[in-house]
Design a protein around this ligand. Structure first.
Ligand SMILES: [Fe+2]
Ligand SMILES: [Fe+2]
Length: 252
């Protein structure tokens, strides 16, 4: 894949990042604040706050699969670490308590380690699509400009991450991914969304005013858009085109 283009994208994306005004007055009602405190603390750990790297036992295979791929992967995870940094400001703003470990995170890392790097990349892609909906719902309903501004920055990065996966998958499957792959992708995506919705993150979204229909329709639309865009890009003549600009299929 055009690793040089993606490296240029990540370097460019470090610029023009207006930071949220974390000192602005905070006026979120107590009921919503308490939910935000629990949810954002969990996200702060999950989105770049834990072991922020590919942890699969064969991660080195992917990192060494192309010239400069290791640099590209490092830049991707650098943005994830930046999400954790932004979220740590949000956790302090809502008076949350930082989380350093959860059973769910331990299980998540154990599966990624054991099941290999291709599975890990697929799971991370799905988490990024589902999380984009989470951040969009927070941005739409939170009623707090600094947290909404943080969500805009993170969504902007995740758009790039999803497009990166689209590009690498299109080149790995020039004839397109199979029906079984697409089915697994959709099922895993909806299972991941279900886990989010039944836990404290879903409780937070509901407290802010997100409906179940809004959440699941947004996730399903994100998953379907990804498959359509992947099918369009999985045309041999196109997949060798350099990346000039990000696809718009996942723009906020
Ligand atoms: Fe992230
Ligand atoms: Fe990401």
């Amino acid at each position: 894949m055009k690793t040089a283009n993606w490296i240029a994208h990540f370097e460019r994306n470090k610029k023009n990042r207006p930071q949220p005004d974390w000192d602005a007055p905070f006026r979120v009602p107590e009921g919503k604040r308490a939910h935000l405190a629990r949810s954002l603390a969990e996200y702060q750990l999950g989105d770049g706050g834990g072991e922020c790297r590919l942890v699969a036992r064969d991660a080195a295979v992917f990192r060494g699969s192309e010239r400069d791929m290791d640099r590209l992967v490092d830049l991707w995870f650098e943005e994830e670490r930046e999400h954790s940094r932004l979220l740590s400001h949000a956790v302090r703003r809502v008076g949350g308590k930082f989380v350093t470990d959860t059973p769910a995170m331990r299980l998540f890392y154990a599966c990624r380690r054991a099941l290999g790097v291709q599975f890990e990349l697929l799971v991370l892609l799905i988490v990024e699509i589902v999380s984009t909906t989470y951040y969009r719902c927070i941005r739409r309903h939170v009623g707090d400009e600094p947290i909404a501004a943080m969500c805009r920055l993170i969504i902007r990065d995740e758009v790039g991450h999803v497009a990166f996966h689209q590009n690498r998958l299109a080149e790995a499957h020039p004839e397109g991914v199979g029906a079984l792959w697409r089915l697994c992708f959709l099922v895993l995506g909806l299972v991941c969304a279900g886990f989010l919705w039944v836990g404290k993150n879903g409780a937070c979204l509901r407290a802010l005013g997100t409906t179940r229909t809004e959440f699941f329709q947004s996730v399903a639309a994100g998953l379907r858009r990804f498959l359509r865009a992947l099918a369009r890009e999985s045309v041999p003549a196109r997949c060798l085109q350099p990346v000039r600009s990000l696809p718009t299929h996942v723009l906020p």
